[in-house]
Design a protein around this ligand. Structure first.
Ligand SMILES: [Zn+2]
Length: 96
């Protein structure tokens, strides 16, 4: 067992949010998130997105998750490169 890297977190985030990981992995995810604000923000934004994607198949979700992962990696390497916008509002997700 070892602490997951930020890359691991981006790859495991959807399993984490869906409760599809074991207790040990879950605890390590929590530990990483506790000390890594960028990963907290990533998982939080993915959490909102996963709710919206629940009815899509894994194959349909993959490109979206890859997109998020790419954006996250860019943000990690150059935090100034992205505009300062928050996650989508709950109101926006409630519509439709
Ligand atoms: Zn991290």
């Amino acid at each position: 067992m070892k602490m997951p890297t930020c890359q691991d977190v981006t790859e495991l985030a959807s399993d984490y949010l869906d409760g599809r990981m074991g207790w040990g992995d879950w605890a390590l995810m929590r530990a990483h998130l506790a000390m890594c604000p960028p990963c907290q923000a990533y998982v939080a934004s993915l959490g909102l997105t996963v709710d919206a994607l629940q009815h899509l198949s894994k194959e349909e979700r993959a490109p979206v998750e890859a997109d998020l992962s790419r954006i996250f990696q860019q943000w990690k390497s150059d935090p100034e490169s992205l505009p300062d916008v928050g996650p989508p509002s709950a109101d926006a997700l409630d519509e439709g």
